[in-house]
Ligand binder design. Structure first.
Ligand SMILES: *Cc1c(COP(=O)(O)O)cnc(C)c1O
Length: 396
């Protein structure tokens, strides 16, 4: 006999490591903008598995492509070539304008690779190690030791120190604070084009341009983390493309595989020629045929579905609707974001507001304690946005 939700949750809590305070929901399946729990309750999803499921759930062409690849081969090894990885790499180059791709299994691993590439570049140039990286306060780059070292949230880092050394922190969008941290040993500056977990803060154009100029002047590598804000979420394939400023190294993950665990770090030819080479970096799973089939199909579908254009329109509509919400509710203090990556900052912790929304069949997620984050699948319609705001209005 099937167990009920409570029984499954008890089993989960007895077996899984308790690193998350989870909502009391066990999922059964997804379809388009909706997720269904095992009791058949339906939820409008403005979380998308944390900015992952861009295409919407149960997308037939995507599922079919994966099924076909499963019946051919799922995994080989990076000691051989496979066609899905070749296709995915060519397409990644095209959508990003970068020159070389290394596929990883997650976002954090992409950040690790980016850090290694930057350190190796500086090592080859200067003939010594000990280089420094400048990261931003309130940034988020992942939970592994290197990614954690550049994550600007002391609470996440504290218990795990010492992490990799020589990381300095500056204030995001404050160019002078970054400049103040530059020394002869600085090899890279890393930040998210739009800070996600830190509270939906887009980089200003001035900041991006000043940082790029500084990096050019001092041969410092600019690493942009596009793991959350990339893959069409802002209406551009990558958020930096709106600024006319190009990174030397870029990370991507989350929506790039739409649910299959895959990420990548990409670099310019200039960095590739003078950084990681044979034996410097590797992964068993990274870039396997199944993961790369996902990447390849996702990129094709973005084009076929004209998702960037859709996001441009629905993003503007979401902006308008959240402006109205901001005006209607005194507790909402600020509204920020671009495209389908927006946030409402409240004058109180938003946990209760989100809990009430979940109760009413609407999935939302916080970013920090006081910010409600809106990161729906990119297929979200104006009607879905109206449905969302109607529910949200009753939750404050
Ligand atoms: C989610 C995220 C990461 C980490 O990705 P994982 O796949 O969870 O390791 C890194 N950087 C940013 C900006 C993210 O949003």
């Amino acid at each position: 006999m099937d167990m009920n939700m409570k029984e499954y949750i008890d089993e989960a809590e007895a077996a899984l490591l308790h690193t998350y305070n989870r909502y009391q929901i066990v999922w059964d399946r997804g379809d388009g903008m909706y997720l269904y729990d095992i009791e058949g309750k339906k939820y409008l999803d403005f979380v998308a598995g944390i900015a992952v499921f861009a295409l919407g759930y149960n997308h037939k062409a995507y599922n079919d492509a994966l099924k076909a690849q499963i019946d051919k081969v799922i995994h080989t090894s990076n000691y051989y070539y496979n066609i899905p990885a070749i296709e995915a790499a060519k397409k990644m180059k095209k959508i990003s304008g970068m020159d070389r791709v290394f596929f990883t299994n997650s976002g954090a691993e992409a950040v690790e690779g980016a850090i290694k590439a930057a350190r190796k570049y500086a090592f080859l140039r200067d003939g010594h190690t000990d280089h420094e990286i400048i990261a931003m306060n309130h940034s988020f780059h992942g939970r592994t030791m290197g990614a954690l070292a550049v994550t600007g949230n002391p609470h996440y880092r504290e218990a795990f120190e010492p992490l990799i050394g020589n990381i300095k922190f500056a204030d995001f969008n404050d160019f002078e604070s970054v400049k103040a941290q530059v020394t002869d040993k600085t090899c890279a500056i890393i930040f998210e084009t739009i800070q996600g977990e830190g509270g939906i803060y887009p980089a200003t154009e001035e900041f991006m341009k000043n940082i790029r100029a500084l990096c050019d002047e001092k041969d410092i590598l600019l690493i942009l983390d596009e793991i959350q804000c990339g893959m069409g979420r802002t209406g551009m394939m990558y958020a930096w493309q709106r600024y006319g400023v190009k990174p030397d190294i870029m990370t991507t993950a989350k929506a790039v595989g739409c649910g299959i665990p895959v990420g990548a770090f990409l670099m310019t030819e200039n960095v590739a020629k003078q950084s990681l080479t044979s034996g410097d970096h590797g992964t068993t799973y990274g870039g396997n045929p199944l993961a790369c089939t996902a990447v390849s199909k996702v990129i094709d579908l973005f084009e076929e579905m004209d998702l960037l254009k859709t996001v441009e329109e629905t993003g503007a509509y979401l902006y308008e609707k959240l402006e109205e919400i901001t005006a209607r509710h005194d507790c909402v203090k600020a509204h920020r974001g671009v495209g389908l990556m927006q946030g409402l900052e409240c004058d109180c912790p938003v946990g209760d507001i989100i809990n009430r929304a979940v109760e009413k069949g609407l999935l939302l997620i916080n970013a920090g304690t006081n910010i409600i984050r809106f990161i729906p699948p990119l297929i979200v319609s104006k009607q879905d946005i109206d449905d969302m705001t109607a529910i949200l209005d009753t939750c404050f």
